[in-house]
Design a protein around this ligand. Sequence first.
Ligand SMILES: [Zn+2]
Length: 496
Amino acid sequence: MDDIFLRPYQQKFIEDVRNEFRHNHKRIVGVAPCGAGKTIITGWMIRESARKGKRSIFFVHRHELIKQTSETFDRLGIEHGIISAGFNEQLDLPVQIASVQTLARRLKKVSAPDFLICDECHHILANTYKKILNAYPDAYLLGVTATPQRMGGITLCDVFTSMVNGPTIDELIKLGNLTDFSYYSAKTKIDLKNVKVKFGEYVNSDLQKVMEDKRIIGSIVDNYKKLAKGKSAICYCVNVKHSKKVADAFLNAGISAAHVDGETPKAERESLVEGFRQGKIKVLCNAELFSEGFDVPHCQAVILARPTKSLTLFVQQALRPLRPDPDDPNKMAVIIDHVQNYLRHGLPNKVHDWSLDPNKPKTHLPAPEKECPECGRVVPLGTYVCPDCGYKFVTEEDKEARLIEHLGELLKVKKRISNTNNLQSIIHAPVSPEDFMEIAKKKDYQVGWVAIQSLKFATSYEDCLHIAQVCGYKKGWAWHKWEELKGKFSVDRRYI
Ligand SMILES: [Zn+2]
């Protein structure tokens, strides 16, 4: 339909994808953050293909997304069938929207498409997806995702041969597709040292033990009152039990709140979401229900109460309140991070250096942000005055002078107490690769300098690993360095 027009970045995205197809890349991953209008972009491409008599299948892995996609396709005037439980098949239509699970079961019935589009394609290495790809080896494939990365850092290079980058979050904020946001980190820090990690993610039952601490739950309520009072907030919890506890804490503090999960009966869930939309329920607590594709309108704030190692999950949760509100052109979304997710992933608008090359070293630098010690607002490293409370940060020069002074002191102390047993206290001196990285960035030193300086303070394989991580080196480097170090590693050598 002609009432839908593409923005210039959407046109560019489509042009870039076409270009890659023309250059014999048959399987392309398109990186597009939420707010970029992924469904409009892909719908537009599918419509163009249909006009040329080509068949397309758009497949998604969640039921809720089928309805949303179908509505967008209707707006674009694309006649389509739906391959999913509960829908009548119309397999003769050239455009199909399919649920991954149903499509994988009906592959024999569905004629091969020319064009396959996979939404949320960071899941594409799962077996069900592979089945679909194997069934249609000749189809052109476009996968779209905001985070082309799998848990544990596995890249998508097994499937895709080329990558096209869409707009960044900041560009979308400037264009008004997303609202700006304030990001706060809670003062009550959590300790994850006893939380196990399985398959690249924290173990839920361990997380629950940490997060159901009364002080932490209390600070979730306090910070909401302090930073987002009266705003409609979604609170992401560890699991159902934790979510219920948090909702109760809000209710006890006189704030209208509710818990909702996948087991909540549909009618009740819809009425809770409607209550949230109308502002009758201020805080909606859940465990992952509203992360991916589940549309909750009128969200002004999010509370992150679930530590995650998944960048995908983090970004999906954190960006949830950035949808513009036509009634509030000055909307400023609020993100309250109770679990220091930003230290693991950077702020949600961070520009990532994605690559399909598994051998490309990660250029991931430590989070270039800092927290205001007064109000918790997370700001870029170079900020001198907190925009929220006016707190004056120590300048970078001051900090550097202090660090150098500290290094000098440390070396002196080391000489003085060498050959004594009282060494443990200075082994863990606060001279971290992050500190050196900060100096290096400012002075334009090479990463190698950071590694050399940091290694002087390494006393374990873990230390070497940490340095490798900060410098963007591989694990093998850490292992190699530790092999080198530990041989010569005597008290004498360490402390002279
Ligand atoms: Zn502040």
